[in-house]
Design a protein around this ligand. Structure first.
Ligand code: MG
Length: 279
């Protein structure tokens, strides 16, 4: 009897511990901890990470590979995938007048020169998104002032003008000076060279997208311009087509790919080294 009592006393702490274990609430699962495994009796579950632990390779992709193109011999020259729009020779290969006829603009010493009264010229090709390089030169012999001095323009998709103007010491309204998105955005700085000196525009253009409404943009046209290598328009969103008079928003009309246009504003502005990359 005494032995039985001693055994019962020894058993009590063990029973108390077991009861305590049963009452303890389940611990919440920690991040990275495997969920409880309902394995067969005697089977040991493999510890798993949940969610799976990331490795560097999970964010390193190879396919499809980036297209390889040949870089230009020097900055400003066309890379291998560019479409050459004017290389100093035949203008009628890529350009025409607004009626589809040969242009009256002339090629002089490898430059394409606007002839007053001959009208705009446009590319035979139509474009959507692109990167454009174009070089231009205002006449060395300065005639006129303000908007009447070395005026031309690069019309993106025939509708949106990047102003070409001799803005070297030539005051005019700021949304109309060289590098302006005409009447919408003045350039960030005036980085014009003297008249008679060649200067460049590098233009990155994203065409507008249209939804069901054909008189408003789903996403507007966006334009970045570098003049002589300097940023002068930083991804600006256009309000609508370029207008001399009026509100751009009221003139929005759904369109697709359109030609590039160079403006005849009555001044003998010259162009050269024109190339474009479709994006
Ligand atoms: Mg103009």
């Amino acid at each position: 009897m005494k032995k039985l009592l001693i055994f019962a006393l020894l058993l009590l702490p063990v029973m108390a511990l077991t009861a305590q274990e049963r009452q303890r609430p389940a611990q919440p699962r920690q991040p990275g901890q495997a969920p409880a495994q309902m394995g067969q009796p005697g089977q040991t579950a493999e510890p798993q990470q949940y969610p799976a632990r990331m490795t560097p390779q999970m964010t390193e992709f190879f396919d499809p590979p980036v297209k390889v193109i040949q870089p230009p011999a020097q900055v400003g020259m066309p890379p291998s995938d560019a479409i050459i729009l004017f290389d100093g020779s035949d203008v009628n290969k890529e350009w025409e007048d607004s009626r589809g006829n040969p242009t009256k603009w002339i090629v002089q010493d490898g430059s394409l020169v606007c002839v007053k009264g001959s009208g705009v010229i446009q590319t035979k090709r139509k474009f959507n998104d692109f990167q454009l390089h174009i070089e231009w030169k205002a006449p060395e012999n300065v005639i006129g002032s303000g908007q009447g001095r070395g005026n031309s323009g690069v019309y993106l998709q025939s509708l949106y003008e990047v102003q070409v103007l001799d803005s070297y010491d030539n005051p005019t309204y700021k949304q109309g000076q060289a590098g302006a998105l005409y009447k919408q955005y003045a350039p960030l700085v005036n980085v014009c060279r003297k008249p008679g000196e060649w200067q460049s525009y590098d233009i990155i253009y994203t065409a507008p997208r249209f939804g069901n409404d054909s008189t408003s943009y789903f996403t507007p046209p966006r334009v970045t311009v570098l003049q002589n290598g300097v940023l002068i328009q930083n991804n600006v969103s256009l309000r609508g087509p370029t207008l001399y008079v009026g509100i751009p928003e009221y003139s929005i009309k759904k369109h697709g790919a359109m030609p590039l246009v160079l403006q005849d504003h009555g001044n003998p502005v010259a162009f050269r080294n024109i190339w474009i990359r479709e994006l």
